[in-house]
Design a protein around this ligand. Structure first.
Ligand SMILES: Nc1ncnc2c1ncn2[C@@H]1O[C@H](COP(=O)(O)OP(=O)(O)O)[C@@H](O)[C@H]1O
Ligand SMILES: [Mg+2]
Length: 258
């Protein structure tokens, strides 16, 4: 693409470039796949292309139902145009079913439905390994104002309601997901908008019938078949990229033999 544009930030899974207009950025999805705070790292060819598509699909739907997001439009296979925001250094996790760290922390069996959807906050810090924090920490250290916490909480639950239905409709259980928010300034006005990405990298998605994992846990747990799983999610959402070899008759989810 444009080789002269300025790189603003390179993270673990994406690169941000300066956008074509002030206040915009280009979000580029890489194939890099990491877990356990970068301890485990692999390049999984084509992952960035699929995540760009899945995130585009979900953010477009969220924009349509009135949830403010940074997403403007997809530019090409790996890139999307987004609004530049001031990222709030808090990762919001919404959980419907026990898995991952909550299962460990509270001694719950993976797969146990939670009594209700639970919203958690983590301080966004790679050095510290994204520690869980409470609203008290967030306001005391001025990471976000009380009103912004309320906004993030309300938006997160709306995203959860929408995505739970979206995935249930294609035979997938939305176990949990992580999202990020940013401050978007328009003159004197500021509002909290959904930023970053929503993809199988940032969600736990289980097949309702078989309980197969269709998300990054395939990588974390070395189950194999990550691309096949992500492609299956894309296929069920009706968005398999036209660039994909796309043999739809072939069963795409290969069950791990381990
Ligand atoms: N609209 C936006 N404006 C500014 N920064 C953003 C926006 N959306 C996402 N980001 C930030 O860009 C980075 C995306 O790259 P990623 O590889 O996910 O980084 P990281 O390794 O920090 O998670 C994240 O740090 C995220 O907070
Ligand atoms: Mg990230």
């Amino acid at each position: 693409m444009n080789h002269r544009r300025r790189r603003i930030y390179e993270g673990k899974a994406k690169i941000l470039y300066e956008g074509p207009e002030p206040g915009t950025l280009v979000q580029h999805f890489k194939d890099d796949t990491t877990a356990f705070n970068n301890e485990k790292h692999e390049i999984i060819e084509g992952k960035g292309v699929i995540n760009n598509r899945i995130s585009e699909f979900i953010f477009t739907k969220l924009n349509e139902i009135g949830i403010p997001t940074h997403f403007l439009r997809r530019l090409n296979m790996r890139e999307q145009l987004i609004r530049e925001v001031e990222i709030i250094p808090v990762e919001v996790v919404v959980r419907n079913v026990a898995a991952g760290s909550i299962a460990k922390r509270l001694g719950l069996e993976e797969g146990t439905p939670l009594p209700r959807s639970i919203v958690e906050f983590y301080y966004k810090s790679d050095e510290l390994g994204d520690p869980i924090v409470s609203e008290e920490h967030i306001t005391a250290f001025n990471w976000a104002a009380p009103q912004e916490i309320d906004d993030m909480m309300a938006l997160s639950l709306r995203v959860n309601d929408f995505m739970t239905g979206l995935f249930a409709g294609i035979g997938i259980r939305l176990v949990d997901f992580k999202i990020e928010f940013g401050r978007h300034y328009e003159g004197e006005m500021m509002r909290v908008v959904l930023a970053d990405e929503i993809s199988p990298d940032s969600c736990r998605l289980w097949d309702i019938k078989t309980a197969d994992k269709l998300d990054k846990d395939r990588f974390r747990q070395s189950l194999g078949g990550l691309m096949e799983a992500y492609q299956e999610v894309a296929r069920r959402l009706g968005i398999l990229a036209e660039s994909d070899p796309g043999d739809r008759s072939r069963p795409v989810l290969v069950k791990s033999d381990r």
